[in-house]
Design a protein around this ligand. Structure first.
Ligand SMILES: Cc1ncc(COP(=O)(O)O)c(C=O)c1O
Length: 350
């Protein structure tokens, strides 16, 4: 019955799911393991309480745009803000893609790109990573040159692979289409394409406050692009998309963001230590990564690995349904004591 209303492209999609269970240690969604300190949460709460809840927030949060502009060293007119970077990606697809348009992306990569492309009836041009998760730069460049929209996750999720900015520049120079670089994990790689914005009108960068900035609960992300492009993409975000509590929370934490850099440094150190320690255990292969997560496989396969760790209260991500990742799990780097518990759990398992 519903088939006559819902588009076939939507009907054929599985719902976006994240397998969960009871846990004490959460290492499945690449969030920061640290919350904001209580005093800062209190400042935010007080400010939210003092606002009228009966009034709409700003149509477009201009001051927040300015603050993000300062953070990224771009003009405020180049910034658009969304309910998570997912909403920015959705607005880009709405503004750019019509049925049969070609969209180029890496595989495996962040599942939302394919989901949005399918919902718009796009043709998806996939550039496959090698079995050791390297990117075939010339294949990506060729496919991007034939696509209306190319999305490159850098560093890539779930593989942690990093593409140098020079390759992104080459791709931008060789296509008449738009290129989106999703920099959700840029804080952990330190590699950004932001300096290419002034020379390349066909570049859009998306970023999020859900990862390094410890703010996944509030749902805020942003896009950086040429200001005329920003005006057009903004039209595809619904009016008043950013709610008052999110505006206040972000404005406040941006005044205290020195905390973030210190935490990022700890995560990078812990990531490298964790990968090294896990690789000492027989029956485990942990992949190097430029992000706050990494891929891992064990001799038990992904499902059993998930279940054994779940029994010990540790939640990881089973990514074995992604193409090319048949036996892999993805693990987010946690706090030092959480990582220690994980290492112990793997030693017991194997
Ligand atoms: C690569 C990548 N891009 C974008 C997002 C979306 O982030 P958010 O909508 O929370 O900003 C995620 C979240 O997991 C991600 O991994």
């Amino acid at each position: 019955m519903i088939e006559k209303w819902i588009q076939a492209d939507v009907l054929s999609q599985p719902p976006y799911q994240v397998k969960t269970t009871k846990f004490q240690i959460k290492l499945n969604q690449n969030e920061s393991p640290w919350d904001w300190p209580a005093d800062i949460k209190e400042i935010i709460s007080r400010r939210i309480l003092s606002c009228g809840w009966n009034r709409y927030p700003d149509l477009i949060p201009v001051e927040l745009r300015e603050k993000i502009g300062v953070l990224c060293n771009v003009s405020k007119d180049s910034v658009i803000i969304g309910k998570g970077s997912n909403e920015i990606l959705q607005a880009i697809f709405t503004a750019v893609i019509r049925p049969k348009d070609s969209v180029c992306t890496l595989s495996p990569s962040f599942a939302v790109y394919k989901m949005l492309a399918e919902q718009k009836g796009a043709q998806i041009n996939v550039s496959n990573l090698s079995s050791s998760f390297t990117i075939d730069e010339s294949d990506l460049k060729k496919k991007a040159s034939k696509s209306k929209l190319t999305i490159i996750c850098n560093p890539n999720s779930p593989t942690g692979t990093l593409l140098p900015v020079s390759v992104i520049e080459d791709i931008l120079n060789n296509t008449s289409g738009l290129v989106v670089v999703d920099e959700a994990y840029v804080d952990f790689s330190g590699v950004t394409a932001v300096e290419l914005l002034t020379s390349h009108q066909n570049l859009i960068i998306t970023r999020t406050f859900s990862k390094a900035f410890s703010l996944a609960g509030f749902r805020i992300g942003y896009g950086l692009m040429d200001k005329d492009l920003a005006t057009e993409i903004q039209k595809c975000l619904l009016p008043f998309n950013i709610d008052m509590p999110s505006i206040i929370a972000l404005e406040t934490i941006l005044d205290h963001h020195e905390l973030v850099q210190n935490r990022v440094e700890q995560i990078i150190k812990e990531r490298d230590r964790l990968i090294q320690e896990l690789n000492k255990i027989d029956g485990i292969l942990a992949q190097d990564s430029h992000s706050n997560f990494f891929l891992l496989k064990t001799k038990f396969g992904a499902e059993k690995t998930f279940n054994i760790l779940a029994e010990k209260g540790i939640l990881i991500r089973d990514v074995s349904s992604y193409p090319g990742l048949e036996s892999y799990s993805r693990i987010t780097v946690g706090k030092q004591d959480e990582n220690e518990t994980l290492i112990r759990a793997f030693r017991e398992m194997l």
